[in-house]
Design a protein. Structure first.
Length: 249
């Protein structure tokens, strides 16, 4: 099983491929997809904290082919070790890969979204932005585990369509378990867990303005938009992050 070299280890628990966005894209598009499909995760503070408290999840992330940094605090931690990079969020890298894929005639499959309407919006918005994009299939699963028969049908469809990229947006940690299970069931493709990117591309959720993103404050922008849902994730998570940074010095 091939894995890209991890050049930064956070809290002696999870390894990251710290790089620029352009280098991240170059690495991902050149990943080998045999004998099993390549897997890519975009890991920020919430998922890193989960890894400290759940060995199974830590093992999953460390088994991914490529782990990108989706959090400015982690980038700053890496810089203290002399490792220079930038935040590589799922939506940003997804947008660059899709844009680059036009010239290379690569194909895409989308698995996720809250419902079929979200997928339709994603398709329409991407076609408006990139008229030559090749979307070969889309599926919005129900919010439950699929039966073996249902899952096999989806896998058979994806393998028949032979997409170069399978974009998974069903939220963490659900999408993480899905990717781990399907990396050997899907043939010769790259599976990327991008979570909220589906909502951003559908236009159902706004991203923070570029300046706010560069300041590392996108989390605050999202919290203001959805305080009831995100207060625990960001504020309790923030305290836990500081605690683990102190504990693991």
């Amino acid at each position: 099983m091939f894995r890209c070299e991890r050049n930064f280890i956070l809290w002696n628990k999870i390894g990251f491929c710290v790089s620029t966005q352009r280098k991240c894209v170059e690495d991902i598009v050149n990943l080998p997809t045999t004998p099993e499909s390549a897997t890519v995760g975009f890991v920020g503070i919430p998922a890193s904290i989960v890894c400290m408290e759940d060995e199974e999840m830590a093992g999953f992330y460390n088994n991914l082919t490529y782990v990108a940094v989706d959090g400015m605090p982690i980038i700053k931690q890496a810089r203290k070790k002399g490792i220079i990079g930038e935040r590589c969020s799922g939506p940003d890298i997804m947008d660059i890969i899709i844009k680059d894929s036009i010239e290379k005639n690569k194909t895409h499959y989308f698995y996720g979204g809250k419902n079929e309407d979200v997928l339709i919006k994603i398709r329409n918005n991407l076609i408006k932005r990139y008229s030559q994009i090749r979307i070969v299939g889309m599926y919005s699963p129900p919010f439950r585990d699929l039966t073996e028969e249902e899952d096999k049908k989806v896998c058979d469809e994806i393998n028949k369509l032979k997409p170069d990229y399978v974009w998974v947006g069903i939220g963490q940690p659900r999408q993480d378990y899905w990717i781990e299970k399907h990396k050997t069931l899907l043939i010769n493709t790259t599976i990327l867990g991008v979570g909220a990117a589906f909502d951003f591309f559908a236009g159902t959720l706004d991203r923070a303005p570029g300046r706010i993103q560069k300041l590392g404050l996108e989390w605050l922008y999202r919290f203001i938009k959805e305080p009831k849902r995100l207060w625990k994730r960001y504020f309790l998570g923030g305290f836990k992050y500081i605690y683990y940074c102190i504990r693991c010095r």
